[in-house]
Ligand binder design. Structure first.
Ligand code: NGO
Length: 522
């Protein structure tokens, strides 16, 4: 199946050399389609350096895939599955003629995620010091595969590449609407094509609690029963969550779970009367207002709740981060807020994890390693955050007017919110992590994140429509050197993704501002 898809996706690349421009209409957008060769300059995110040699390597059906170590072998297998090769991955120290080699190599380019990709007339070699570097090398190779029929022609040259920032995230809100494990896995697959390496799951909010907690079972069974506008809701069992974590880890993606505290807690309050100061559980909430719910600060039940929830989540999360939310707790005093967040910080640290919080958590006393996630529209995060950054805290940038991918593309977009937008593809691309915050230098920036809140998002097709193409823009901002920043170049690279997305059945938005490459034929 995959093989056919790739073959179809790539066929365009070599067959089509003339340029035609078609204007079509898709979901209300005027769409420009071009027919052209897809190749070396179309790798997205733009690599650090890419030099074409003019040679061509033709990958024959069943050509050998070679790996040189236990750590490299799974990446060879992954590539073999993508190509639809029946052949087993061979173990060898050096490339086999006519094949593809994935080699762990201490002499490969330096950097925890760096790789080098060489294509010459004899074959393809990906070298890296780490398995993740090899994996990103394979993602790059995928984009050079203009397959057609039995033989696949790959343009020759060398790419040397490494990311600008260590954290390139995508956030999915599974609280406002719930999404299945299969949907999340598909999101991981589509995101890793663009070297996204963190999946932030917004697991709880006023409208739903989506993760099982053994000591507080009703959080999931009651609190998970609804979503925005009613409906059935749902939640992840611990095994579901482990399955997501494992699927992500096999693709070098780290899951960052978020339990939103001390506001955005109506689903928890509705499940357990004892979490409420007046001992009365509120009704479940299915609207989209924010800021009305709060934990009862000095109640020992709240303490027990924090301990159990964060402790159990830490136990099933191998990654270093626990996100505790911390946004929009407007139903409590700043003192009460600081008290709960400080308490949550102590618990997170006691479990050996690093706290991440929306940038308002800077109002609490944080451990040295705590990370702030900036989400405002402005270029200023407030005095608490400025001080926190000055004291050494790192920042993840999700500026709402750039990286909130729940916003409409334009006023005609059929779904999406508009408070921080509309956000065109160009708006999602035209920013620099080094200058987005007036008070934050690049050295303090851990990375970037595209955030998909799901008040208006109900299906996987909706997820794809809002994330693609804009997630590719945010991913490139996080990965590519600032020197490659150029809208014309980016939109051409982006246009080249269309046949691949079409082949993979991605419901992307064919916005009018991108020269989408045509095909594959229906
Ligand atoms: C805000 C709010 C969320 C909304 C989102 C919608 C943050 C951090 N809190 O972002 O509850 O879902 O906007 O765009």
């Amino acid at each position: 199946m995959l093989k056919r898809r790739w073959a179809v996706a790539g066929a365009l690349g070599i067959a089509a050399v003339t340029v035609a421009v078609v204007v079509a209409v898709n979901s209300g957008h005027d769409t420009h389609e071009v027919t052209r060769t897809v190749g070396w300059t179309d790798v997205l995110p733009a690599p650090v350096s890419a030099v074409a040699s003019g040679a061509t390597f033709t990958l024959a059906e069943g050509a050998p895939i070679v790996a040189n170590s236990d750590a490299a072998a799974p990446i060879g297998e992954y590539l073999s599955r993508l190509l639809g090769h029946g052949t087993a991955v061979r173990r060898a120290a050096s490339p086999a003629a006519g094949g593809i080699a994935v080699l762990l190599d201490p002499a490969a380019p330096e950097g925890p995620e760096a790789y080098q990709l060489d294509v010459d007339a004899d074959g393809v070699t990906i070298r890296a010091r780490t398995a993740v570097g090899l994996f990103w090398g394979v993602q790059t190779l995928r984009q050079l595969l203009p397959a057609g029929g039995g033989a696949i022609a790959i343009p020759g040259g060398r790419i040397v590449d490494r990311p600008r920032l260590p954290y390139r995230g995508v956030m999915l809100d599974v609280a406002r609407h719930f999404f299945s494990v299969a949907d999340v896995e598909r999101l991981i697959d589509l995101s890793t094509m663009y070297k996204v390496n963190y999946l932030h799951l917004h697991l709880t909010d006023d409208q739903g609690w989506r993760i099982a907690v053994d000591n507080w079972p009703r959080l999931a069974t009651e609190g998970g029963r609804s979503h925005v506008d009613g409906g059935a809701g749902g939640y992840y069992t611990k095994d579901d969550y482990r399955a997501i974590v494992e699927y992500a880890a096999a693709r070098f993606v780290t899951v960052v779970p978020e339990v939103d505290l001390p506001g955005h807690v109506n689903a928890a309050l509705a499940s357990y009367p004892e979490l409420n100061c007046d001992g009365k559980a509120p009704a479940p909430y299915t609207g989209i207002n924010v800021g009305f719910s709060a934990l009862c600060v000095d109640d020992p039940d709240t303490d027990r709740f924090l301990n159990d929830v964060l402790g159990e989540l830490a136990a099933i999360t191998p990654g270093p981060y626990l996100h505790i939310g911390g946004d929009e707790a407007t139903a409590m005093t700043p003192e009460a807020y600081a008290k709960v967040v400080t308490r949550a910080q102590a618990i997170v640290s006691a479990h050996g994890k690093t706290l991440v919080g929306w940038h308002q958590v800077a109002g609490a006393s944080l451990a040295k390693d705590a990370v702030l996630e900036f989400w405002d529209r402005s270029s200023y995060a407030g005095p608490d955050a400025v001080n926190a950054v000055a004291a050494g805290h790192k920042v993840i940038l999700a500026p709402a007017n750039r990286a909130y991918l729940d916003q409409k593309y334009d006023e005609n977009t059929r779904i999406g919110l508009s408070w921080a937008g509309p956000t065109s593809v160009q708006a999602a691309y035209d920013w620099d992590p080094a200058t987005v915050l007036s008070n934050v230098k690049e050295a303090s920036v851990l990375g970037v994140e595209g955030a998909l809140w799901t008040e208006t998002v109900t299906t996987m097709a909706d997820i794809e429509y809002l994330l693609f193409p804009r997630l590719a823009a945010v991913a490139e901002i996080g990965w590519s050197p600032a020197s490659t920043h150029d809208w014309a170049g980016f939109s051409a690279r982006l246009g080249a993704q269309a046949p691949r997305w079409t082949a993979l059945g991605v419901h992307f938005a064919r916005t009018g501002d991108v020269p989408w490459v045509a095909g594959p034929p229906a």
